[in-house]
Design a protein around this ligand. Structure first.
Ligand SMILES: Nc1ncnc2c1ncn2[C@@H]1O[C@H](COP(=O)(O)OP(=O)(O)O)[C@@H](O)[C@H]1O
Ligand SMILES: O=C(O)C1=C[C@@H](OP(=O)(O)O)[C@@H](O)[C@H](O)C1
Ligand SMILES: [Mg+2]
Length: 174
């Protein structure tokens, strides 16, 4: 299998952390769409949102997803990449999509420890636990729809990597 592997899930799900470790384990290249945008434009997510609004960021994110897609690559997407049907279809057709799933409380705890506000400006203006509950309510079905495999993301990163490797050995769902 040489197709790219796309990591999807909410903020704090571990897409960047687990995706990078997974790439090492597989001998794949690793790329993160948010870091790609930062590297290629010199702008953080917060900078882009300040200048162009979330709409502008989402447009750039779709372009980034296509630009980074290549064989033997693990792609960590941003938490909102699944919002666009175009992105969901693209990822499912181009590669294997893994949804790293954790409850809102776990995500909120991780984000409280490592907010990275320049890359994660508030989505709702609400406190973080409420925000993550709202985000999962709005997006859970989209993560599920995009994913070939849903993996429990609550364990330590090394164990999550093992679970992803196990899932990749399975036949692709749908
Ligand atoms: N499986 C995990 N267990 C514990 N902490 C994790 C796990 N995955 C990620 N983290 C931590 O949570 C924070 C967000 O992780 P990150 O990989 O940036 O998530 P995402 O890219 O999905 O937003 C980081 O501080 C990271 O170290
Ligand atoms: O959930 C979201 O809408 C977003 C998640 C972020 O990425 P991570 O999921 O890697 O934190 C980043 O793309 C941006 O702040 C928007
Ligand atoms: Mg990330």
């Amino acid at each position: 299998m040489t197709q790219p592997i796309f990591m999807v899930g909410a903020r704090g799900a571990g897409k960047t952390t687990v995706g990078s470790e997974l790439a090492k384990a597989l001998g794949y290249k690793f790329v993160d769409t948010d870091l790609y945008l930062l590297r290629t434009s010199g702008l953080s997510v917060a900078d882009i949102v300040d200048r162009e609004g979330w709409e502008g960021f989402r447009r750039r994110e779709t372009e980034a997803l296509k630009a980074v897609c290549s064989p033997l690559t693990v792609v960590a997407t941003g938490g909102g990449a699944v919002l666009a049907q175009e992105n969901r279809d693209f990822m499912r057709e181009a590669g294997t999509v893994i949804y790293l799933r954790s409850p809102a409380s776990t995500l909120a705890n991780r984000l409280e420890d490592a907010p990275q506000e320049d890359q994660r400006p508030t989505l709702t203006g609400r406190p973080i636990t409420e925000e993550m509950m709202q985000v999962l309510n709005e997006r859970e079905a989209l993560y599920q729809e995009a994913a070939h495999h849903v993996v429990d993301g609550t364990q330590d990163p090394a164990l999550v990597v093992n679970s992803v490797m196990d899932a990749l050995a399975l036949p692709v769902a749908r």
